[in-house]
Design a protein around this ligand. Structure first.
Ligand code: ADP
Ligand code: MG
Length: 485
């Protein structure tokens, strides 16, 4: 049987799925459609040019590999990009209920507008009269951005790579990428607001004429309430429809606010249909938003939903290091490590510790060292192991060697259990002030000579095996650093 393009592509997808993470797979590979297979050339259709560029930039090697695997060494890939004018993105979604204002800004190539003076200034804070003054062709909107949130100080890590890169792509071509809307979601304190604002700031920097607005969902709701009161909903809608970039923060706040959702739905459709960029943040994935109408949720899924995860240790250290640098301060590396080991889930908390630490050091004129950091951190973490215990060491070592703590107490000759047991004894001797006798008792009632023997055995292994020595050092550090595990 000869294989057609679908079969070949399905097989490629199977390989690709193994080498890219699930979210990237869903974003970049699922939307691709195979269209033709001619000899060794497989043609695939991608949604737009940007998509193609992204694939070429980021996935070319694994694509090549999978194609060769399926079609042999001469196998090649060709892209097909459909005509953008009928991608379906521009289909009207709603009958118009109000006439859009004449557009300010630069949505069309508008040389006539470019040198015009700026006749009006719109301040979105001013709810009493937040709307365009009729007859004015070009208004200036205060984007309401906090300029200290930038891409430069938004440190990249595995936890935010997709969202950050999508944001950068949007900032280059607002409304012109597949990421419309971009929904950034994640738990509190992981950088949603920072990233959303960084995108806004970057667009303002790159495109002088684009009208950008950042608004919290709460403020957006309040403006609607005011507009209803003042009988000016149409003006409100018109104002929002002339934006080039709309950023709404914390859309979970719209939950159960039906009137607000209805108006937002309308604005969303108008903006999207006109190729304007929409950026939303949420504390949970769109599908998990409760009290938000299905028709809105389905629109949120049109673009890209990218989550922010808790950063790993290296990223936390990079973030903290950069923040401390911004303050014009420096702290010792072991203190930095200690803080990042202990504050894991929330970057805002990480900053909190840093600020307290800097404040304490200045106020009481003390050097920032590990002891001071420990004092400060106790206010931030709830459960603390005040001292290192034998049980705690057993737990960490057992975990590392993938054996149960229980096994350390019993007679087993299995090599990894024996090593885990000996190493736990060695670390207990080194890191607690327990006697040899007490340590032995903690290991199923062994006597002190067994502990001495174990310590010697570990020392010998460390002298001969560098990898083992590193493992010991790593575990020792982990034990020393963990206050709250
Ligand atoms: P959220 O909106 O998700 O609750 P924020 O955007 O307010 O979180 O971020 C909390 C704090 O953490 C902010 O001060 C922000 O600057 C900082 N932060 C978050 N992620 C990063 C990052 N990747 N690099 C640098 N700072 C970050
Ligand atoms: Mg926020």
């Amino acid at each position: 049987m000869t294989r057609d393009c679908h079969m070949v592509w399905d097989d490629c997808l199977r390989t690709l799925k193994k080498s890219v993470n699930p979210q990237a797979f869903k974003t970049w590979f699922e939307p691709i459609r195979p269209v033709q297979l001619e000899q060794d050339v497989l043609t695939i259709q991608v949604p737009n040019k940007f998509f193609y560029e992204w694939l070429e930039e980021n996935y070319v090697e694994i694509l090549k590999k999978s194609i060769r695997q399926e079609l042999g060494e001469r196998g090649r890939l060709q892209y097909h990009i459909p005509d953008q004018s009928n991608t379906g993105l521009n289909k009207p979604l709603l009958p118009k209920t109000s006439t859009p204002q004449p557009r300010p800004g630069n949505s069309k190539p508008s040389a006539e507008n470019d040198n015009e003076p700026v006749p009006g200034y719109f301040d979105a804070e001013n709810i009493k009269n937040p709307f365009i003054i009729p007859g004015i062709r070009r208004v200036k909107v205060d984007p309401q951005l906090n300029t200290s949130y930038t891409f430069d100080n938004f440190i990249e890590g595995d936890c935010n790579r997709l969202a950050r890169n999508a944001g950068l792509a949007i900032a280059k071509k607002p409304g012109g990428t597949a990421f419309n809307p971009l929904v950034v979601f994640g738990e509190v304190g992981l950088g949603k607001t920072h990233l959303a604002q960084a995108i806004g700031n970057e667009i303002v920097k790159n495109f002088e004429n684009k009208v950008v607005l950042y608004v919290s969902a709460e403020k957006f709701t309040n403006q609607i309430i005011q507009a209803i009161k003042n009988n000016s909903v149409n003006d409100f809608v018109n104002f929002y429809q002339m934006l080039d970039v709309l950023i709404i923060d914390d859309i979970q706040f719209l939950s159960a606010k039906l009137k607000t959702q209805e108006i937002f739905f309308h604005i969303f459709n108008q903006l999207h249909q006109n190729g304007r960029q929409i950026i939303l943040t949420s504390d949970r994935a769109p599908k998990d938003l409760e009290g938000i109408e299905d028709r809105l949720i389905s629109r949120f899924k049109w673009g890209l939903s990218a989550d922010l995860l808790a950063p790993d240790l290296e990223t936390r250290m990079a973030i903290l290091d950069s923040k401390i640098g911004d303050e014009g301060m420096a702290i010792p590396k072991d203190v930095l490590e200690f803080i990042c080991y202990n504050i894991k889930n929330n970057i805002r908390e990480l900053e909190g510790v840093m600020i307290s630490l800097l404040a304490q050091a200045t106020l009481i004129r003390r050097d920032i060292d590990l002891d001071l950091a420990k004092e400060v951190i106790r206010n931030f973490v709830t459960t603390i192991n005040k001292e290192i215990t034998v049980e705690f060491i057993q737990q960490l070592v057992a975990e590392h060697f993938n054996v149960s703590v229980d096994k350390l107490h019993h007679e087993t000759r299995k090599r990894n259990v024996v090593i885990a047991r000996q190493l736990s004894m060695y670390l207990a001797k080194k890191m607690t002030n327990k006697s040899l006798k007490t340590i032995g008792e903690n290991f199923g009632g062994r006597d002190h000579s067994t502990v001495i023997y174990s310590c010697k055995a570990v020392q010998d292994m460390m002298d001969t095996d560098m990898i083992f020595k590193d493992t010991v050092a790593e575990l020792e550090k982990k034990i020393k650093m963990s206050l709250n595990d």
